[in-house]
Structures are given as structure tokens and as C-alpha cells.
Design a protein around this ligand. Structure first.
Ligand SMILES: [Fe+2]
Length: 265
């Protein structure tokens, strides 16, 4: 059995994996899956996989999911290009805490992001917020309160405004609102997480009078610095996260940056 080398971040928000993904073995993939379930986000430094190798690696984790808002890469239909130019103004794509496509009935379980071109170090980081830790830190009273509640998730939530620039040049004709309801508490390998995407949640089912207060409380609790980690990209790096146990957010920056995104179901 070929074990993999790994090291969790100091605050256990994610985990670095030191294995060359070009030659990754089946038993190593199984180890990676366990670590992904445990830590929520994995960071693979300096991998430099070509698109075929990248797609091949992602296929170990599920079937490719279609992103309704953008057209895929012209040669690789499973890859979506997230690009920002030095001359672009306005918010970065995905700026603001969210979990990917949570307005869909079956949101993608995992997201992969690969750095193709990055601005200077310290710019264009991605923030991750571990929702296992966020759930554990809730009071018993709030845990009980949200246990059976469902959130209303909308494609027109707060994060929609950060999509405009990308949609102007790569967008599909998808303009109508997509909405779904999901349980605010989800479970992975027996551990509970808060599933409430601040970028998409617009209400809570059957809780009209208190919903705003609860959403606002959860939204600020979920991104407490104790559960957060800022990942700095270098060309060739890959991050892989579970959309049910992590929130993430792009940060504001000016510069040229190009990322390849794959989501799987
Ligand atoms: Fe995202």
C-alpha cells in the first residue's frame, strides 16, 4: 500500500497533500477521499497537470457537473475557465462566502480549482471556512433550532452580482432564477456541518418572522477566523473541496489570473 504524505493546516481547516498526482494510485485516491471527508478542503501544491490529467484525476471523485451560468472551455467541456484581467474592474468572481451552485436541486459535491496563471504572491487568495468546526462551535440551543430547518437557496442571491463580469464574455443564456431548498444541517461520515451558503440563501422555510435574524447570525458565525484559512496560489496548484462541509470566497485583487474549475456530482 502506497501511503500518501499529508499535513493539516495549523487550525485543521484543510490539509496539504504531498503526492504527485500524475502517478497517483487507486489506494492513494482512497486515502485522499478519506482526508477530503475529514478536512473538507485539500491543497495539492505544484502539480502542473495538463487538462487531460486534471480531468482524469477529477473523475475519481464523481461525474462532471455542468455549470449553468458559463460556457465551458472550448476544447475541454468539463473545465470552466475563471479568468480576471488586470484591466477588469468590479468584484472578483465568487467574492463573498458561498458554496458552489447550492441553488440547484443536486449541487455538485466537490469542486476542483487549478491555477493556470496567478498574480503576484499574496494576491488572489481563496478563503476557506470549515463548516464542521462552525457547527461544533454552535450553542446547543442553536444546534437544536436549526436541526430540521431548510434554507431557500437562490441563484439570484448576493453572490450573483460577482458573476456579471464573467457572464458578459463567457455566459450562457441562463437568466431565470433557479431555487432549491436544502437542510441547513448536513452530515458527512457522521459529522454534522452547517449548510447555509451566505451568497445564495434568501430565506428559511416556515420561519418568516425570524429568518433574517437567523441567516444573519449564521452568516457571520460561519466565517469566524477560527474556522478559516486563506490559501495562496502558485501556478500549477490544485485545491479540491467538499461543497457540503466548506464555504469559500474569492478575494478582491487586481491582476491577471486564470483558473480552471471542475465540479463533480
Ligand atoms: Fe465558488
Amino acid at each position: 500500500m502506497s501511503k500518501i504524505e499529508f499535513k493539516p493546516t495549523d487550525n485543521k481547516v484543510g490539509c496539504f497533500i504531498y503526492t504527485n498526482l500524475k502517478n497517483v494510485k487507486k489506494d492513494q485516491i482512497n486515502e485522499i477521499k478519506k482526508l477530503l471527508n475529514k478536512y473538507g478542503v485539500l491543497f495539492f501544491k505544484n502539480q502542473n497537470l495538463n487538462p487531460e490529467e486534471y480531468i482524469n484525476f477529477s473523475s475519481n471523485f464523481g461525474n462532471p457537473a455542468k455549470y449553468p451560468m458559463l460556457k465551458p472551455h472550448k476544447d475541454f467541456k468539463d473545465i470552466y475557465v475563471i479568468e480576471r484581467k488586470k484591466t477588469d474592474t468590479g468584484k472578483s468572481f465568487g467574492e463573498g462566502p458561498h458554496t458552489d451552485s447550492s441553488y440547484l436541486e443536486s449541487p455538485p459535491r466537490f469542486t476542483f480549482l487549478q491555477a493556470i496563471e496567478v498574480p503576484e504572491e499574496g494576491k488572489g487568495n481563496t478563503l476557506f471556512y470549515n463548516q464542521f468546526l462552525a457547527y461544533e462551535a454552535l450553542s446547543e440551543e442553536i444546534k437544536q433550532k436549526i436541526e430540521n430547518l431548510k434554507g431557500i437557496f437562490s441563484s439570484q442571491g448576493k453572490i450573483a452580482q460577482t458573476r456579471k463580469l464573467r457572464m458578459a464574455d463567457h455566459g450562457t443564456s441562463e437568466t431565470k432564477e433557479i431555487k432549491s431548498e436544502h437542510k441547513l444541517v448536513q452530515s458527512i461520515d457522521g459529522r454534522k456541518t452547517i449548510y447555509c451558503s451566505p451568497g445564495h440563501v434568501v430565506g428559511i422555510v416556515n420561519l418568516s418572522s425570524e429568518q433574517e435574524e437567523l441567516i444573519s447570525f449564521l452568516s457571520s458565525h460561519q466565517i469566524n477566523k477560527n474556522f478559516s484559512y486563506s490559501f495562496g496560489w502558485k501556478k500549477g496548484d490544485i485545491a479540491l473541496w467538499s461543497n457540503r462541509s466548506m464555504l469559500h470566497a474569492a478575494t478582491a485583487f487586481n491582476g491577471d489570473r486564470k483558473m480552471f474549475r471542475i465540479t463533480v456530482q
